[in-house]
Design a protein around this ligand. Sequence first.
Ligand code: NAD
Length: 312
Amino acid sequence: MHSAAAMNPPRILDGKALATTVLATCRAEAAALHAQGITPGLAVVLVGEDPASQVYVASKARTCAELGFYSRKIELPATTTQQELLDVVCTLNADPAIHGILVQSPPPKHIDEAAIIRAIDPRKDVDGFHPENVAKLVLEDPSGFVPCTPAGCIKLLDSAGLATAGAEAVIIGRSMIVGKPLALLLVSKHSNATVTIAHSRSRDLPAICRRADILIAAVGRPEIVKASWIKPGAVVIDVGINRLADATKKSGYRLTGDVAYDEVAPLCAAITPVPGGVGPMTIAMLMQNTLQAARQSEFKKIQKPNFFLDHA
Ligand code: NAD
């Protein structure tokens, strides 16, 4: 059994504070672009009335306003057809005021999300989900857009000075939004980790996790990661955001991660809280990607680095 008493208190990786720093840099870069007659523009498309999506979309619009970006929120009814949504994307692709397009996930069931993603101009795909950007991530091509949540996880590790080179990294979850792109980033020449991706069909998940110097949970199951899964001194990044009913809260729910924080934290060298860990970093990275899109749309005038070069 692990002895919490023998460990130093964990370092809490404060994503809210780091996101504030990243956003301050974004605001300064936006001001520099304004001076050259460019206003970074982000369009966020929301189909239907998923309450969590409405919160995310509102928060993206608010952050754009704080940074001096132009933002356009397009709210469509849940009955919107595939073709109607494709038409909206097509119009945004052609709009020079819009540098980044994001269609909030998940769309209603009748929408083919992959087809919508493929319809977004890859130069405006600030989520980094278009096949062209996925290929650029594999190729470590800095002109591509890196998905926001995985980029935020790497930024948290880097900013805390936590070594990844040669480390055993285990990611639980193989989604295209988090698990797979994060595995590519961790194994890239930027991070140089040795990476395992575990998923719902993995055998003996606790044993796989116990190998991890860096454990990243992106599962969507509240507090699935227990103290007995942790190698003492590991770094734990909790991507999960789960809403649990809680009558004591005004909203009627509370947020919890995929990690049983109270029992896991004492064993860790560092850990992210939920909320206030990865979540705020996701929005900050979206703003960085939108700036990158705005710069690259004017690439003949301005040449500025992005993810891989920033972190070289
Ligand atoms: P997803 O449902 O697409 O993928 C979940 C993954 O977990 C799958 O690959 C599945 O194989 C794996 N999994 C499911 N049950 C498992 C089990 N019992 N054991 C091992 N693996 C299991 O989810 P996602 O979009 O990758 O999101 C994962 C979590 O991260 C969710 O809670 C989501 O809300 C959260 N999330 C947070 C942010 C953020 O900004 N912090 C961004 C995206 C997603």
